[in-house]
Write a protein that binds this ligand. Structure first.
Ligand code: HEC
Length: 127
């Protein structure tokens, strides 16, 4: 039973990763955004970080709102470009995209933390 639950969890997180990414490709988001690193628009990882900082538990809802209604002026560096409103994307697809952005951010954060531990471990072993 435990195995089944684990397998289901694993399968759904893989599905989330592929379909969230696919959806951003299909909808042309990657014309302006990167997952990591700036383009014409803030990196998805940057939007996750900011929204978590600004809204905490409401981060996902606000990311969804930003995609659905568009956004302008929140990220000062990108004031030349506007986030268009995507009112045509279904609620469930919006949810998939927002969950994917946030889960990629958590993944990146935990990877960074384990890399940081390695680096400080190496430093310690130096004479
Ligand atoms: C024409 C370029 C462009 C396209 C295409 C675009 N974006 Fe954006 N996006 C932006 C800009 C510019 C901002 C920053 C807006 C601001 O400063 O308020 C932004 C902001 C965002 C934010 C942060 C919103 C917030 O409130 O913090 C998210 C999330 C986002 N975009 C997701 C998407 C997704 C998902 C798609 C595709 C469905 C998409 N974007 C397509 C330019 C774009």
């Amino acid at each position: 039973m435990k195995k089944l639950i684990l397998t289901t969890l694993l399968a759904s997180s893989i599905l989330l990763a592929s379909s969230g990414k696919e959806l951003t490709k299909q909808n042309g988001c990657m014309e302006c955004h990167n997952i990591m690193g700036k383009k014409a628009a803030p990196a998805f990882m940057g939007t996750a970080k900011k929204n978590l900082k600004w809204y905490g538990d409401e981060a996902k809802a606000n990311i969804i709102k930003g995609i659905k209604s568009g956004s302008k002026g929140k990220y000062r560096q990108f004031s030349d470009t506007e986030m268009p409103a995507y009112s045509n994307i279904s609620e469930s697809d919006l949810d998939t995209i927002a969950s994917w952005i946030l889960s990629e951010f958590q993944k990146m954060k935990s990877q960074k933390m384990s890399q940081g531990q390695k680096i400080s471990g190496q430093r310690k072993s130096r004479p």
